[in-house]
Design a protein around this ligand. Structure first.
Ligand code: PRP
Length: 215
């Protein structure tokens, strides 16, 4: 049995068509069922439904041999024990610094001001500002980062931006892109050695599905 870790929502929805191209159909829709372990049309493949930020942990410890995780989540996890063979090209967005409209971010950085940055992406934010030599106080949040500058908790945020409508609705503007984001196939490094015959055909099929979807 191979276990694939997926998160509900956009990643699940965008992974299903890739699985279909590989001839695999989940037995249930996690949006409708409350089951967290679901079978597929392949009797040797099952899916576990976990929080997006928990996918690398399941795969790192081998509770799932493979998974799908956003680059944002992988940066925070650090990638220990993981092999990342395929960029699935789904869940595309960007990790950005955003600040209230009217806040002169560039000049605050030039002046060497110490910025208060609210984010769920502490590791990515720390790396980004350290590489620029900008001093920041990082404030860890678990969601609704856009509220932090409005409420006076932070000067700016580091968050994912897709359409930009959440920023706009909260009077924020993107002031810097940190990294383009997409979802990756991740594989437990040890399983790849011990269960290569079972895993490689699946990895190859998913890679071919990505190429076909892009064509
Ligand atoms: C993400 C992100 C932003 C929003 C950006 O949140 O944190 O809030 O999407 O999308 P937009 O640019 O198209 O408006 P998500 O809905 O994934 O939930 P989260 O707050 O749990 O991260």
């Amino acid at each position: 049995m191979i276990t694939l870790a997926l998160s509900k929502g956009r990643i699940f929805e965008e992974t299903v068509p890739l699985l279909a191209r590989a001839g695999i159909v989940p037995a249930e829709d996690p949006e409708k069922s409350r089951k967290l372990m679901i079978g597929t049309s392949d009797p040797q493949l099952r899916i576990v439904v976990v929080r997006a930020s928990d996918v690398p942990t399941y795969v790192q410890y081998g509770a799932a041999e493979i998974g799908v995780a956003g680059k944002d989540v992988l940066i925070e996890h650090g990638g220990d024990g993981l092999y990342v063979p395929v960029d699935l090209g789904i869940g595309r967005c960007r990790l950005c610094v955003a600040a209230p409209r009217g806040f002169d971010y560039a000049s605050a950085v030039r002046r060497g001001a110490r910025l208060r940055i609210a984010t769920k992406y502490v590791q990515a934010a720390r790396d980004h500002f350290a590489s620029k030599g900008v001093h920041v106080d990082l404030i860890k949040l678990y969601g609704s980062m856009e509220l932090a500058p409005l409420a006076g908790l932070a000067d700016a945020i580091v968050d994912l931006v897709s359409s930009g409508s959440t920023l706009k609705a909260n009077n924020l503007v993107e002031v810097e892109e940190i990294a383009p984001i997409s979802s990756r196939l991740i594989v437990n490094q040890a399983s790849l050695k011990t269960r290569r015959e079972a895993l490689m055909p699946l990895i190859d099929k998913l890679e071919a599905a990505v190429a076909a979807a892009a064509a």
